[in-house]
Write a protein that binds this ligand. Structure first.
Ligand code: NAD
Length: 473
């Protein structure tokens, strides 16, 4: 069994305690993970603080060179990391539409290379006889990153790389469910980055809570559930710590009467079930006009019935297990509640093979707002399909959620779809697509989905503070 270490101040460090990381496909132990103590967390934060002056004094080009080496190291270890990601997270190596672990790590690679090549040069806003005024963007100091279990390394990279390129140092706490790919990557990074620049301290809520309240962490970037985001915000308040909170979603899609069902059914299916629905910005509620409702249900059921759920290491697996038992239980509970409320299951709806945390791709219609499966973030492979007659009702339904991450409109009339999209209360709206992210397009939520943005120039700015320099003439 592979051994993993904490990464603190440029050293691979043993822990006083270890915990098991479970493969959700067969409940076997993938590896024992070192658990950081509070003392080790303090040492990691002190190391990051000590490394900050030298790292932040480097030029963007110098930091970029380090980060591009990280990308090369990731690329050289892609095969091993892909298998490890499947083992700890459950997602298939290839998977449906080739959207599995290999795809995800290739995205991570691209993200590092593109983000590492971005800069935030000073912006001159006035240069005349009165004054020269420039806005400088300065690194904040030590950034604490807390990540979830659905895209463990990719989200870690989304946190680490913009923090590092802008001159911050990092302490990252991966999810206790899926810490191994981050630790593996950290061991590679440890041979490339100056000591103390990147520290990795696995643990659960106790470590995350201590990070959130720590006086020497300047900012927390957190991706995870809305309740945990609120706790972090409370803990961060005493130090007025900066926050980026990428929280839960319950994304609605609206399919208009003029949508070309043959053209969109596959894309709707893929964007609802990507990563088994364990995707913050997956399509979670589908409002479909009555004229196309039956045709879309039939087309999607056909696709669903051709899918194979199984062990992600098997080459022909489309969807793996859910990542953990708690998540499986939430999905089961919400499915049962929908059944009790008269919903119709077009496919799926019963737990599969209990050797792992398997649940089939499930489509549900004859369901309305107010049923928990529609109202709550289900974060699994079930899509409720709600029939509507009047588009105003569908827009109101989409917006009645307490969260607002993404939303989509599906139609052949693009201008009308864009007008409707602009009325959705969410951070990103897609037309004839959903869940599509890219390194230069800002992404973030409104309402209970949090605040702050990731990606692109706007995302880099989140890791800096402004210093305005006014020089009198
Ligand atoms: P979670 O909130 O349970 O855990 C996320 C992380 O927070 C873990 O590392 C966990 O150890 C840590 N944590 C737990 N309690 C803490 C505390 N009191 N203080 C500090 N840290 C603490 O979330 P999860 O179950 O791992 O992930 C699923 C959730 O993440 C879903 O709600 C999903 O929508 C959300 N998510 C959001 C995005 C986004 O970009 N908006 C992306 C992916 C996932």
């Amino acid at each position: 069994m592979q051994e993993f270490s904490l990464i603190i101040d440029g050293e691979k460090v043993a822990a006083h305690q270890y915990f098991d990381v479970i493969n959700p496909a067969d409940k076997s132990v993938v590896a024992r993970c070192p658990q950081a103590s509070l003392e080790q967390l303090n040492t990691a934060i002190a190391a990051a603080k000590a490394a900050f002056p030298a790292w932040s004094a480097l030029s963007y080009a110098e930091r970029r060179d380090h980060l591009l080496q990280l990308a090369d190291a990731l690329e050289a270890n892609l095969e091993r990391l892909t298998t490890l990601l499947t083992q700890e997270q459950g997602k298939p190596i290839h998977g449906f539409a080739n959207l599995g672990a290999g795809f995800e790590l290739n995205i991570a690679l691209d993200w590092i290379r593109k983000t590492a090549s971005m800069t935030l040069p000073p912006e001159v806003i006035q240069d005349n006889d009165a004054a020269h005024i420039a806005i400088h963007r300065k690194a904040l100091g030590v950034v604490g990153s807390i990540t979830p279990w659905n895209y463990p390394l990719l989200i870690g990279i989304w946190h680490m790389i913009p923090a590092l390129i802008t001159g911050n140092t990092v302490v990252i706490k991966p999810s206790e469910m899926t810490p191994l790919t981050t630790l593996y990557f950290g061991a590679l990074a440890n041979d490339i980055l100056p000591k103390g620049v990147l520290n990795i301290v696995p643990g659960a809520a106790e470590i995350g809570g201590a990070m959130s309240a720590h006086k020497d962490i300047a900012k927390i970037i957190f991706t995870g559930s809305t309740p945990t985001g609120k706790t972090i915000m409370k803990n961060a308040a005493d130090n007025l710590k900066r926050l980026t909170l990428e929280l839960g979603g319950n994304d609605a899609g609206i399919v208009l009467a003029d949508a070309d069902i043959d053209a969109v059914a596959g894309k709707i299916f893929a964007t609802a079930f990507i990563n088994n629905g364990q995707t913050c910005a997956a399509l979670k509620r589908l409002y479909v006009h009555e004229d196309v409702h039956d045709a879309l249900c039939a087309a999607m059921t056909n696709i669903a019935n051709s899918m194979k759920t199984g062990n992600g290491l098997d080459a022909d697996t489309d969807f793996g297990p859910l990542q953990n038992e708690k998540q499986l239980n939430i999905v089961k509970e919400l499915a049962q509640d929908a059944k009790d409320n008269g919903a119709n299951f077009l496919c799926g709806g019963e737990v599969l093979d209990e050797t792992g945390y398997f649940y089939p791709i499930t489509l549900v219609n004859n369901i309305q707002d107010g049923v928990r499966l529609v109202d709550e973030e289900q974060f699994g492979p079930i899509l409720p399909i709600i029939k509507f007659t009047d588009v105003e009702t569908a827009i109101a339904s989409a917006n009645r959620s307490s969260v607002g991450l993404g939303g989509s409109v599906w139609s052949s009339d693009i201008e009308n779809a864009q007008r409707i999209g602009a009325r959705l209360e969410c951070g990103t709206v897609w037309i004839n697509n959903h869940a599509m992210l890219q390194p230069d397009a800002p992404f973030g939520g409104v309402k209970g989905s949090g605040f702050g943005v990731a990606f692109g120039e706007a995302g880099l700015k989140e890791f800096t503070s402004i210093q305005t320099m006014q020089t009198a003439k």
